[in-house]
Design a protein around this ligand. Structure first.
Ligand SMILES: [Mg+2]
Length: 137
């Protein structure tokens, strides 16, 4: 079954540019995504890059996200031929994160659950009490 990804329903996010393209995907858990990345690496990638190389690649991909953000939401203008596909760049970041998780034995589903618990415990009032966040858009 084909359907559009969740972000089409997010008001203010992606309107006008994400809607230009069809991002077709099914539902996929983080675990399934990790398994698909692993299968892809084994089929097409020969082996994982070293952790240090993937750390460099992650930095590169985060930089590509920053380039899109700077041009789309920041003050920098686009160059002719710029490909400003934020969704694709974020997916590149996720891909490398999953590579690093796979090669270091990390279950990102479990890690994200623990992270939610940590943030909720630590920050449950922090942002609500932050006056800087109120009445600013
Ligand atoms: Mg990229």
């Amino acid at each position: 079954m084909e359907r559009r990804c969740f972000f089409r329903n997010l008001n203010g996010m992606g309107k006008g540019f994400l809607a230009e393209k069809h991002y077709l995907c099914g539902t996929m858990t983080i675990q399934e995504a990790q398994e698909r990345v692993d299968a892809w690496i084994k089929q097409y990638g020969v082996r994982y890059f070293s952790e240090l190389t993937n750390m460099a690649v992650l930095t590169e991909e985060v930089g590509e996200v920053a380039r899109v953000i700077a041009r789309r939401y920041g003050d920098q203008s686009s160059k002719p031929g710029d490909d400003l596909d934020l969704a694709d760049e974020l997916a590149d970041v996720m891909w490398v994160v999953m590579c690093l998780a796979n090669q270091t034995g990390i279950d990102l589903d479990a890690a994200l659950e623990r992270n939610f618990a940590k943030k909720t415990s630590r920050d449950s009032h922090r942002h609500l009490d932050n006056k800087k966040l109120i009445n600013q858009s």
